[in-house]
Design a protein around this ligand. Structure first.
Ligand SMILES: C[S@@+](CC[C@H](N)C(=O)[O-])C[C@H]1O[C@@H](n2cnc3c(N)ncnc32)[C@H](O)[C@@H]1O
Length: 469
């Protein structure tokens, strides 16, 4: 689409309001719609360091200056076709959208909630920050979107998540003062994404913001009430609409005296929140606005808040036991692949649970919650078949480099990796595989991609049909 036509589709009422909001900066803001959007990816630092990533990535990337692990790539590359993507080493994400999760400091071992999490752009970042310790509850109210969320968490190798498909009200009932950290990336009018998704501009009406602001007010109170004393809440939207941004934060501060706004990390392109766009509270300056004419990304709003009090780390550990049958066949399998660790940590049999013929590795924190609709509790390890255990694809992806001994590691550019991802059987040369036969983990430069079974120099493909590219 021609550049000017991007401006032509912007609703007049939206433009008038932006002119009023931005004053002298308005023309510059409008010009940003004639510039191309940018493309970003975020490195999964729980699996690979940025230095390693830079050495291996086969297409040009440049650092996104306001994040620690984000990179721009150009429009003509297809990063989702690279085996590094299928190994869960990065997530494709609009550059500004990397900011909210990066501004919520998550420590391994904490209980974290992403209330509106699908498709998982921010949940994958929060999960990576937990490094397999503690608990991530990733929720979305939409079932189809929650499925996409689960897939992305599995691709990222997150083993300690509980993926729910619930209303925020039900979660608020179940989890009073439970979480150390909460991300509320609220449903919003999406004004900041008009350059990226024209359909949003076409569907926009001024009335939409009123209805969304009502929902956001409900969600932010519920979030505050689910926070432990001393806990942190990060609120974000991708809209410029004042009532959805400073308006929602003003409402929270009026309704909950135990919540206070905190300063966010400074960056030259960030603009402060505007008190007059909310209830006039001077602290609203601590919010951050991201405008496309000031940064190389789309529009966003974020606010970091703390609940008064001292945080504690009291958590109930998971304590399940595998049945004898599961233990026997799973143990045999783990021996065959030479499992040393899972996600860099000692394998914990007190987290193994079998439901029907499916075997799960539960999060380290007790997740015996009652009455919640969930899609996944922990990591789906695989299936018990007659006299054997068959591993799942999420299990392969939750393994880190050096977790298992029985590997076949090929260079990123080796075409056999792409053929594996299509479901083909591969020829493996002598010396390329760690063992002579049996289950092996196929890796891209040491980073696990999926399982296969080696028989006389050929690797039988065990990459599931639903994952193939
Ligand atoms: C901005 S998107 C979340 C994007 C996600 N955080 C990410 O980074 O990939 C907002 C999400 O809120 C969910 N949602 C919509 N209405 C909701 C409601 N009333 N309560 C809770 N979630 C809602 C939508 O299904 C949608 O997935």
């Amino acid at each position: 689409m021609g550049d000017l036509s991007r401006i032509e589709i912007l609703p007049q009422a939206f433009l008038s309001r932006m002119r009023e909001m931005l004053g002298d900066e308005y023309e510059e803001f409008l010009e940003s719609y004639q510039k191309p959007r940018t493309y970003g990816l975020r490195v999964n630092t729980s699996k690979i360091t940025c230095e390693e990533f830079e050495k291996l990535v086969p297409f040009p990337v440049t650092r996104i200056p306001w994040t620690e692990n984000g990179y721009f790539y150009s429009e003509d590359v297809r990063p989702s076709r690279c085996p590094m993507y299928q190994a869960g080493l990065y997530y494709l994400q609009e550059p500004s959208a990397m900011t909210p999760a990066a501004c919520l400091p998550v420590n391994p071992g904490e209980s974290v909630l992403d209330l509106c999490a699908a498709p998982g752009g921010k949940a994958t970042a929060l999960g990576a920050a937990l490094k397999g310790q503690g608990l991530l509850i990733a929720n979305d109210i939409s079932t189809s979107r929650a499925r996409a969320l689960l897939r992305n968490l599995e691709l990222f190798g997150i083993s300690n998540s509980f993926v729910t498909n619930e209303t925020p009200a039900r979660l608020a009932e179940q989890f009073p003062e439970f979480f150390h950290k909460i991300l509320l990336d609220a449903p919003c009018s999406g004004e900041g994404m008009f350059r990226k998704e024209e359909a949003l501009a076409k569907d926009w009406t001024p009335e939409k913001s009123h209805e969304l602001a009502r929902i956001q007010r409900e969600l932010i109170l519920q979030s505050a009430d689910m926070l432990r004393p001393g806990g942190l809440l990060l609120y974000s939207t991708c809209t410029f609409a004042p009532e959805e941004d400073e308006g929602t934060i003003s409402y929270l501060l009026e309704q909950r005296e135990n919540m206070e706004l905190l300063e966010l990390p400074a960056y030259e392109g960030f603009s402060p929140g505007v008190p007059e766009w909310g209830n006039g509270n001077e602290n609203l300056r601590k919010c951050v606005r991201i405008f496309p004419h000031k940064m190389n990304g789309e529009g966003h709003f974020l606010a970091l808040m703390k609940k008064q009090g001292q945080p504690d780390m009291v958590q109930q550990p998971s304590s399940v036991r595998p049945d004898a049958n599961t233990r026997k066949w799973l143990e045999l399998f783990l021996e065959e692949i030479g499992l040393q660790t899972l996600g860099g940590k000692a394998f914990d049999w007190n987290r193994v649970e079998t439901r029907g013929d499916k075997v799960y590795y539960l999060p380290p924190v007790n997740t015996g919650f009652r009455g919640l609709t969930f899609l996944r509790n922990g990591l789906y390890l695989g299936d018990l078949k007659k006299n054997r255990f068959e591993p799942s694809q999420p299990f392969a992806l939750a393994l880190y480099k050096n977790d298992v001994k029985a590997v076949i590691s090929l260079p990123v550019a080796d075409s056999r990796l792409t053929r594996y991802l299509k479901g083909e059987t591969l020829l493996i040369e002598e010396g390329e595989a760690r063992g002579k036969k049996g289950w092996h983990l196929l890796c891209a430069e040491g980073y696990p991609l999926g399982f296969g079974k080696l028989v006389n120099g050929t690797l039988k493909n065990k990459y599931p049909a639903g994952w193939r590219v």
